[in-house]
Design a protein around this ligand. Structure first.
Ligand SMILES: C[S@@+](CC[C@H](N)C(=O)[O-])C[C@H]1O[C@@H](n2cnc3c(N)ncnc32)[C@H](O)[C@@H]1O
Length: 260
């Protein structure tokens, strides 16, 4: 049987870690060590639009009361908070993240079920959720194919996904400006503001993963090859990418043609 090659969202970033095997540990430590500053930093560099943006994106993607939502890479729970603000009951929400530090911070803020794990190996049975969200974390997974296959497995037929990402702008000039802002200014200001070099490092890494990420077409292709249909990307401000798709019917859910 042919096992597909893992599809990493970016190459090894040697300014931060040395081999692909070292990546996950590096990312985990980075988020563990900066968790208590994450919400303030997110608000700062999005000019306070972070919570409203997540809520509007969930609504636009079709999330509604009555749906069971899994928030993959939940972090401190900004997407979960957006769902709570929409009136989704806490018992219909589950958050998953590998970072113990981020989960601890999330637990302090939200009375929602939280599970430690990675998106590529979801510890849930098939067809458990109506909706899966993933906010600004796609760049941190090991394998896009494994991620979307897992999303499809745990989603009910007809279930939806919403993946929020920041993409590199198309124009060279916009890329240059964004590199200055996100690669230099944001790390400097957030480091100053929090007094933590590790927070500046997080923002430097954040930019490096955006700059090196595979293009949106590759992400859409990976979503489609996992069996999703109606995969789309909505682009706002030239950099905010909201990917949405619908889980096609699983083979077992298709009604067999009656024998003559
Ligand atoms: C930038 S934070 C995003 C948090 C939150 N979703 C938001 O919208 O602000 C990225 C999160 O991805 C998590 N993460 C890293 N690798 C992951 C993986 N393989 N699967 C799921 N989450 C992962 C990190 O621990 C971190 O909490």
């Amino acid at each position: 049987m042919n096992v597909p090659e893992p599809q990493a969202p970016h190459t090894v970033l040697t300014d931060f870690y040395t081999t692909s095997e070292a990546r996950a540990g590096f990312v985990n430590r980075l988020f563990d060590n900066t968790a208590r500053h994450y919400d303030r930093v997110s608000s700062l560099f999005s000019f306070g639009s972070d919570k409203r943006y997540r809520r509007m994106a969930l609504q636009a993607a079709g999330m509604r009361p009555g749906f069971k939502l899994l928030d993959v890479a939940t972090g401190t729970g900004l997407v979960l908070q957006a769902a709570l603000d929409m009136g989704i009951p806490a018992e219909d929400l589950v958050g998953l993240d590998p970072s113990a530090g981020m989960l601890e911070e999330n637990r302090r803020l939200h009375a929602v079920k939280l599970v430690q794990g990675v998106g590529e190996h979801l510890p849930f049975p098939e067809a458990s959720f109506d909706f899966i969200s993933m906010g600004y974390a796609l760049r941190h997974v090991e394998d896009l194919g494994a991620l979307f296959t897992e999303f499809r497995r745990v989603l009910k037929p007809g279930g939806r996904i919403l993946i929020l990402e920041i993409s590199r702008p198309k124009s060279q000039f916009a890329f240059f400006l964004m590199k200055l802002y996100m690669g230099k200014l944001v790390p400097f200001i957030t480091g100053l503001f929090t007094g933590q070099r590790e927070v500046a490092r997080l923002m430097e890494y954040y930019w490096a993963t955006i700059a090196e990420c595979v293009p949106p077409e590759t992400i859409l292709a990976a979503i489609r090859s996992a069996g999703f249909h109606d995969a789309r990307r909505k682009l706002t401000g030239g950099i905010l990418s909201d990917y949405t798709a619908v889980n096609g019917l699983t083979p077992t859910a298709v009604t067999p043609t009656p024998a003559c």
